[in-house]
Design a protein around this ligand. Structure first.
Ligand code: ADP
Length: 462
């Protein structure tokens, strides 16, 4: 699973805060523990001192007024003879619980001070065992105890407070962390949003975000600079295509003109005529291809249309005349022909119908037929090009209008198509506020229908 940067930052902030809190808690706990424990040790030393002083005053352990201490002391006292037997003990305290074993007794009589934490009368008690001396003589063992409950209670409270604060902090850290990460990353989202809106067809737009953090501004500026270079490269490429196709079209048109003049000569024998008609058809195809390239560059440059009245029926007749000999083995005929005039660009519309008819002829096997018809509805003119050719597989239909798309029929026939005819045709139809529809069945043929509104209120396509 990959987490977004926003969540990663949030989690890191929360973890860092919790870590800091844990370290603070542990430090505080150990410091408090050692302060409170050393206070307890001081109390125990003072208690031992009191009993020792009492014994010293009396001069002997047996004569000392131990009962006074045992009864009045706020702490637990057990006084033992050197053999461990109890001389005196705080009432209610079972001296057996505190009794040192033989080894411990040995150590204590030798001068060691033993500290243990025991449960005395149901309370956690710190018990100190030390020897009692009068002068240089060891006279017994004293055991004093102070409650250690307070230390435990402080630690418990500390733990609860920190747990509560920890959970609260974690929640706040998550919320604040998420907000921080969001506001830190928002400028980047903004840049991505604007970048997404910039399409290849409109490279003139720039991100131009002002007042953003330096890093993001740098990203936006880099992006803008890249767009600048891209736009310049596209412009250059477009101009090149326009120049080349323009330069090619002029001599090609002249070539076809000469061929057509030569074809008028009656003295030509049948074979030469057939060859020359083929040449004329091929030159015509080259002219169409260069025209498509030129219009493609126009479309990419976002040029609009020059609208004039165009008689579509005349245009269809021109296309028919121009295309009928393109493939003599396929019959091209005019079907239904209404009279329709629309506002549009005659050159572009002719190119559109020629592209469709040319495709029909190209993708129809010998003996097949292509029918060009023109209908007039209440609001639209409809030009249909119907063929009995290879058809288009259902899964390819959504792509045939894509630029540079060539279907299996094109590749199988080795027709040499560039895959731009239909994309340009659609651009022309849409630029006139209309569209192209296709219905086709593999192996049975296709029908391309161009719908063009009679009233030019549609937007010019880009
Ligand atoms: P091309 O130069 O390859 O003909 P087009 O843009 O004109 O490019 O057409 C795109 C693809 O659509 C073609 O390669 C072909 O597969 C398919 N196509 C177009 N018209 C027809 C048709 N009348 N019959 C069958 N397939 C067609």
């Amino acid at each position: 699973m990959s987490l977004s940067i926003r969540w990663r930052l949030t989690i890191w902030i929360a973890v860092a805060l919790l870590l800091a809190l844990t370290v603070t808690f542990l430090t505080l706990r150990f410091s408090l523990d050692s302060i409170l424990s050393s206070d307890l040790d001081d109390d125990l030393s003072r208690d031992v001192g009191q009993v020792s002083a009492q014994a010293a005053i009396a001069g002997s352990l047996e004569d000392a007024d131990l009962q006074q201490i045992v009864d009045l002391a706020s702490f637990i006292v057990v006084v033992r003879r050197p053999d461990g037997s109890v001389l005196s003990a705080t009432p209610g305290v079972d001296p057996g619980v505190l009794a040192p074993d033989a080894t411990e007794r040995e150590q204590v009589l030798g001068g060691a001070v033993l500290d243990r934490t025991l449960d005395v009368r149901g309370e956690e008690t710190r018990v100190r065992t030390a020897r009692l001396s009068i002068g240089r003589q060891v006279v017994g063992i004293v055991q004093v105890g102070e409650s250690a409950e307070a230390v435990g209670r402080v630690m418990d409270v500390l733990q609860i407070v920190f747990l509560g604060v920890g959970l609260g902090t974690a929640a706040v850290a998550l919320a604040v962390g998420y907000w921080l990460a969001r506001s830190a990353l928002k400028p980047i989202d903004d840049v991505a949003g604007v970048a997404r809106e910039i399409e290849a067809s409109d490279l003139s737009r720039r991100i131009e975000l002002g007042g953003k953090p330096t890093e993001v501004q740098r990203l936006a500026d880099t992006f803008d600079a890249m767009l600048e270079r891209l736009s310049a490269a596209f412009e250059q490429q477009r101009n090149f295509v326009m120049d080349v196709s323009h330069e090619l079209r002029t001599p090609l048109t002249a070539l076809r003109g000469r061929l057509d003049v030569l074809l008028m000569d009656d003295r030509l024998d049948a074979d030469t005529r057939a060859q020359m008609e083929r040449m004329s058809a091929e030159v015509g195809r080259l002219i169409r291809l260069t025209s498509n390239l030129l219009y493609l560059a126009h479309a990419e440059a976002g040029r609009g249309l020059v609208r004039r009245p165009v008689e579509l029926d005349t245009l269809c007749l021109e296309v028919y005349r121009q295309a009928k000999d393109l493939r003599p083995e396929v019959k091209l005929r005019l079907g239904h022909e209404d009279q329709v005039t629309i506002q549009g660009d005659a050159d572009l519309l002719k190119q559109l119908i020629l592209n469709l008819v040319d495709n029909g002829l190209k993708y129809t096997p010998a003996g097949g037929e292509v029918v060009l018809s023109l209908y007039r509805d209440a609001d639209n003119a409809r030009v249909t090009v119907e063929d009995t050719g290879s058809g288009i597989a259902a899964d390819q239909i959504p792509f045939v209008f894509d630029r540079l798309y060539r279907g299996t029929s094109s590749r199988a026939r080795g027709s040499g198509g560039a895959g731009i005819g239909l994309s340009i045709s659609r651009w022309i139809a849409r630029a006139h506020g209309g569209d192209i529809l296709v219905s086709s069945e593999s192996g049975r043929g296709s029908v391309f229908t161009v719908v063009l509104p009679l009233k030019p209120d549609g937007p010019d396509a880009r």
